[in-house]
Design a protein around this ligand. Structure first.
Ligand SMILES: [Mg+2]
Length: 263
């Protein structure tokens, strides 16, 4: 008899599990509860910092690994009282900041990096309170930024220029993110699957990934069942990916996808 498959669900946070505007997970809860009831790990994969994700991870009562700063770090919670373990890849935020000149060249316009922004500006742009904004500013592996003139960056062209230096840019719901090439959400998915492999005990691992933005596309390419949720204006990114596209926006789409696969 073949063993039942081990399911893993990877989800983006902002604009997917959390509402883009008020960061509420209320409409994700039916989906989260269904996964918990079925013992299916829910792995948070975000451009947020580990300090930010830790709070949500605890609130939701999860004990699975989570991915911070777009794949720059993976946190494996400690079992039975042992401390959490952080696995890092890529480059430190300080080394990244030293390459800001190259980033400007790649972006084709002046950029405003997170470290250049005051706490008040970050709070205003993210709609987070000052305490949450302070946690968002504590970057270790990636630097969020905006173009100074609000212009849109051609990501493919920018990444061609950055590749020789091992650097990359991607785009989330609110900001661009500057980081090390290859330290993306997709690599993090592959790494986490490796960690779960022994637990699967020879059974197949079936992965589902749910996201809403360009920085989720590497994750969606790495999973068996990619899902794109709609953005607040109803649009969807990543037309080149063959994914389930939800009717619902953000957290509503998250629950819709979970119901479709696991109810
Ligand atoms: Mg998002």
């Amino acid at each position: 008899m073949t063993k039942p498959a081990l399911h893993l669900v990877f989800t983006d946070l902002d604009g997917t599990l959390l509402d883009h505007n008020d960061y509420s997970y209320e409409r994700s809860l039916p989906g989260i509860r269904l996964l918990k009831a079925n013992g299916i790990p829910l792995i948070l994969v975000s451009s947020k910092t580990s300090a930010e994700i830790e709070i949500l991870h605890r609130e939701l009562g999860l004990d699975d690994p989570f991915v911070c700063e777009n794949g720059g770090g993976i946190v494996f919670p400690g079992k039975q009282g042992s401390p959490a373990r952080l696995e890092t890849r890529g480059m430190s935020a300080d080394s990244l900041a030293a390459h800001s000149g190259l980033l400007t060249e790649a972006a084709g316009t002046d950029v405003r990096l997170f470290p250049d922004m005051s706490l008040d500006e970050i709070a205003e742009r993210t709609k987070l309170d000052r305490r949450a904004a302070a946690l968002a500013r504590e970057r270790s592996f990636t630097i969020p930024f905006l173009t100074s003139d609000g212009s849109t960056i051609d990501l493919d062209a920018a990444n061609r220029l950055l590749a020789d230096s091992g650097l990359a840019v991607t785009r989330g719901g609110r900001f661009y993110h500057f980081g090390a090439a290859g330290a993306d959400k997709g690599r993090a998915v592959v790494r986490i699957c490796e960690v779960y492999r022994p637990m699967a005990g020879g059974a197949e691992i079936v992965t589902t990934g749910i996201g809403d933005s360009e920085n989720d596309l590497p994750m969606l390419r790495a999973v068996d069942r990619p899902v794109l949720v709609r953005k607040p204006d109803g649009s969807v990114v990543g037309a080149e990916i063959e994914a389930m596209i939800t009717d619902g926006k953000g957290p509503e789409g998250f629950t819709e996808a979970v119901m479709q696969f696991f109810a």
